[in-house]
Design a protein around this ligand. Sequence first.
Ligand code: FMN
Length: 188
Amino acid sequence: MAKVILLSGSPREDSNSMEILGICAKAIEKEGLDTEIISLRGMNVESCIACNECIAKGNCVLKDGLDKIIDKVRDAKGFIPAAPVYFGTARGDIMAALQRIGKVSRGNGKFLSWMVGGPIAVARRGGQSLTLQEMSMFFPINDMIMVGSDYWNIIFALEEKTSHEDKEGITTIQKFGENVATLIKKIN
Ligand SMILES: Cc1cc2nc3c(=O)[nH]c(=O)nc-3n(C[C@H](O)[C@H](O)[C@H](O)COP(=O)(O)O)c2cc1C
């Protein structure tokens, strides 16, 4: 069964990023696809060091565990990263992860090609739009297909596990999840 990987860039235990990815995953599963939610919590994701070793070795050689996540993304048909907004842009770890996933893909048969997905940004009050744009840069350069919804994938929430209070945000993400699943089914 086609699988979608959902990746949270939050360090918090009961994060809004994880909560909203859970809601998104449910919408995808309702359409008959498999999902796996992975968190960067507890990891220290290093930035790409441009060693190019992934080209010969097939995966990232940095020893922080991201290589295992990269293997899961490699086997998936969909990819959805979510991140908290920190001072108007995405938390550093998620961008470091996206850059390394993209680098490994480009050096290894472009496994991200035609993978379906899109980013989600979570914040208390401001910076979601820019963060969404920042994370969106990852998709077209890697020959991926970014999917829409009936609004942008932005969520308003401050305290942990409160993203469900953003009713419009929830319906936007549910529709986004449905669209991701529908497109994956159509092209596979
Ligand atoms: C270092 C830091 C910077 C933040 N910067 C912003 C910001 O620029 N705009 C905003 O609205 N919220 C900001 N927040 C609040 C978080 O985005 C908000 O709590 C969000 O729900 C966190 O998502 P998470 O639960 O998935 O980690 C910031 C929080 C932290 C810790």
